[in-house]
Design a protein around this ligand. Structure first.
Ligand code: SF4
Length: 296
């Protein structure tokens, strides 16, 4: 069973990562901490294949935080496209403004300072410190929680997120700073590629001989069933459709254009539009039309 600072676990995982690591553009040499931060915001709840083309456009368009801060927030929301959860785009624009004004256009390298930035939560702060600056900090996302639940605790599924997740991940880090940073990335990659939610590929896993779940005979999950987030028919889908109309228009649109979206349930459409207005993702112009923020 993997235990604190286990050299065997580190050697096995890092050896595997050397050959299995995906060649993702934000992992390449020379990518700035700012662009790594952008990738981490985009990757929250959005798969790599959808993020990659948008991220590549953004790197060209906004090479620095000040370049992004200089553009209206509506441009950022428009360029966010269909990545989903578009409040992330607004917060990123806000974050760019703070970095430009208060941090001399650079991204801080420590978790505590990163946590003071708009839209940067615990996961993102740790990911940026680790992946952009090689800090020896544990980085815990859903994938890491799943690997730890199985390999360390012998459980098929992680429970709800808890404070012990971070301590568990920290206890596995090798003591050397550079190895620790790479270990954090490797643990996440293992959860994304091998120790996946459905049908983990244990036969290809570098931790197989040390995995507690394997040693216990792969006991079944006994807790509540995992909730599958649905999208079809949710307010989130309707919000996306309304934003699509505004993104596709060069000028503010009449209410009638929005009413063509989701015709089967006007109440739900109204609720979705209200929430977009409340979030500041949509603005009502003086002429009674609807626009992306700052484009009225
Ligand atoms: S052996 Fe299987 S369950 Fe254990 S860490 Fe590897 S993939 Fe996950």
């Amino acid at each position: 069973m993997p235990h604190a600072g286990s050299a065997d676990v580190a050697a096995a995982l890092l050896g595997w990562f050397d050959s299995a690591e995906r060649d993702l553009p934000w992992r390449r040499k020379g990518v700035s901490p700012w662009h790594i931060l952008v990738s981490e915001i985009m990757l929250q709840q959005t798969p790599v294949v959808r993020v990659q083309p948008i991220w590549e456009q953004w790197v060209q368009r906004w090479p620095t935080p000040s370049a992004m801060a200089a553009d209206p927030v509506g441009d950022i929301v428009r360029a966010w496209g269909k990545l989903g959860y578009p409040r992330r785009a607004m917060r990123l624009h806000e974050c760019a403004g703070v970095l430009a004004e208060r941090f001399d256009d650079t991204v801080p390298d420590d978790v505590d300072t990163l946590l003071t930035l708009p839209g940067i939560g615990d996961y993102t702060a740790r990911a940026v410190a680790c992946f952009a600056y090689g800090q020896a900090v544990p980085v815990v996302d859903t994938n890491v929680r799943r690997v730890i639940a199985r390999a360390v605790h012998g459980r098929a599924e992680p429970g709800n997120p808890s404070k012990t997740d971070l301590a568990d991940a920290r206890s596995l880090l090798p003591p050397q700073r550079r190895r620790a940073a790479r270990f954090s990335a490797a643990l996440m990659e293992l959860g994304a590629l091998v120790c996946v939610a459905r049908e983990p590929r244990c036969e290809n896993c570098p931790l197989r001989s040390q995995c507690r779940w394997q040693q216990l005979g792969r006991p079944a999950h006994t807790g509540p069933a995992r909730k599958v987030q649905k999208f079809a028919g949710t307010d989130r889908q309707v919000r996306g459709l309304l934003l699509d109309v505004l993104r596709d228009s060069d000028s503010p649109v009449e209410r009638a254009r929005l009413d063509q979206v989701w015709p089967t349930d006007p109440h739900q459409r109204m609720r979705a539009l209200d929430s977009l207005l409340t979030d500041g993702l949509v603005e009502l112009t003086a002429a009674g039309r609807y626009a992306l923020p700052g484009e009225g």
